[in-house]
Each structure stands twice: as C-alpha cells, then as structure tokens.
Design a protein around this ligand. Structure first.
Ligand SMILES: CC(C)(COP(=O)(O)OP(=O)(O)OC[C@H]1O[C@@H](n2cnc3c(N)ncnc32)[C@H](O)[C@@H]1OP(=O)(O)O)[C@@H](O)C(=O)NCCC(=O)NCCS
Length: 182
C-alpha cells in the first residue's frame, strides 16, 4: 500500500515533457485504404492521427480524452498504395483541461529507408470524467527548440480554434491579436 502511495506521489511530482507523451505508429497503405487513384484516403490518415493523438493525450493525463478540434491538416503530397507511413505524435502544450497534440507524418523512401516528412496536423483533446465533464490535466515542460516553438505558438492556435468554433470573441484573443500588432 505504501509502495502504491509512493508511486502515485512520485508520478504526481514528475515533470512531464512532450517526449514522455511520444506515440509512434507505422502502417503500410493497403488497397482498402486508397481512393481510385491508388492514393491514401484523407479520412484514413485522419483516423490514424486521431488514434495516435488520443494515446499521446492519455500518456500525459492518464484519463479518458476526447477530440475537441482538428486543425491545420493539409495533404500537400499524395501517399501511395504500398507506402510505409509513420506517425509520431506528442503533446505540445496543456492548458486547464485541454491539450494540443502535434502529429508529424513521414513516408519511408523505398530504396533508402529515409523518412520523408509529408504531413502534419494539430489536434486538441480534452480530458473528461465519467460523465464527460472536462477535468484538469498536468502541465508540460518543453525541452527541445522545436518543442519550445510549438509550446509558444499553442495559445495563439487555441484562440484561433475557439474563434472558428464560435466559442471566443476575436476581441478577446489577446495572444492572437499580438501576432498582428507586434
Ligand atoms: C470537448 C468537450 C468535452 C468540451 O466541453 P465543453 O463543455 O465545451 O467545455 P469547455 O468549453 O469548458 O471546454 C473545455 C476545454 O476545451 C477547450 N476547447 C473546447 N472547444 C475547443 C475547440 N474547438 N478548439 C480548441 N479548444 C477547445 C476549451 O478551451 C477548454 O480548454 P481549457 O479547459 O484547457 O481552457 C465537449 O465539447 C465534447 O464532449 N465534445 C464531443 C467530443 C467527442 O465526442 N469527440 C469525438 C468526435 S466525434
């Protein structure tokens, strides 16, 4: 019992980093995943992203997490039948009950095995209790330059997402406005 309490306490004081929420998934594009041109369907990729982002969110807060919004998804290059696709996701910043998750998508070069980045997406997840009510999540501390840049931009993106969802007045988006005024 003491061990359990000790383990819970040490979990509570442990600093969470984006790396501690890293989730990786590798898939091969199969015929059922493609459209009639033999390209990976966008909806299939979004599904893979949603699942891996939920895992990263869970690794931060250890609670049930639901998708609140999906932002910044573009499909600049087709991913082809037979391609080996790797998704890497990390929590970039947590707020009160919500977490921003960054997902980077790579396709493996078939001759060199080099990982070529083809896509990225930003999801927002919210931790909820058994009744679906938002609950608080732990803070996260970025370490690398990329993690710090993503952490710094997350509040702007949250405000933009809330404006687009009709949940925030543009006049209240102080962080976002500063981007244009600065
Ligand atoms: C996500 C959900 C729990 C939010 O509940 P809510 O009653 O709107 O709660 P709040 O307004 O207090 O928002 C909770 C948090 O989510 C954030 N949030 C809500 N909508 C958001 C959006 N569109 N973009 C970014 N953040 C959003 C809020 O800013 C708040 O963050 P904070 O606590 O970290 O400051 C609720 O809308 C829900 O259950 N949605 C369905 C989720 C689901 O089923 N997803 C699967 C898709 S089918």
């Amino acid at each position: 019992m003491f061990g359990v309490i000790f383990a819970q306490n040490s979990e509570m004081v442990k600093t969470r980093t984006p790396e501690s929420t890293l989730a990786i998934n590798t898939e091969i594009v199969l015929p059922n995943d493609t459209n009639t041109l033999g390209n990976l369907m966008g909806g299939k990729l979004l599904h893979w992203m949603d699942v891996i982002a939920a895992i990263s969110a869970h690794r931060l807060c250890k609670r049930v997490c639901v998708t609140a919004s999906v932002n910044n998804v573009t499909f600049p290059k087709p991913i082809k039948l037979g391609d080996i696709v790797t998704l890497r996701s990390k929590v970039s910043r947590s707020f009160s009950s919500s977490m921003e998750i960054y997902i980077d998508v790579y396709v493996e070069d078939r001759s060199t095995s080099e990982q070529l980045k083809v896509n990225e997406a930003i999801y927002t997840f919210v931790a909820v209790d058994q009744l679906g009510n938002p609950i608080s999540v732990p803070a996260i501390e970025p370490v690398t330059e990329e993690e710090k840049a993503r952490f710094d931009g997350a509040l702007r993106r949250k405000q933009l997402s809330l404006i687009l969802a009709g949940k925030m007045k543009p006049s209240d988006a102080t962080e976002l406005k500063a981007l244009f005024e600065g």
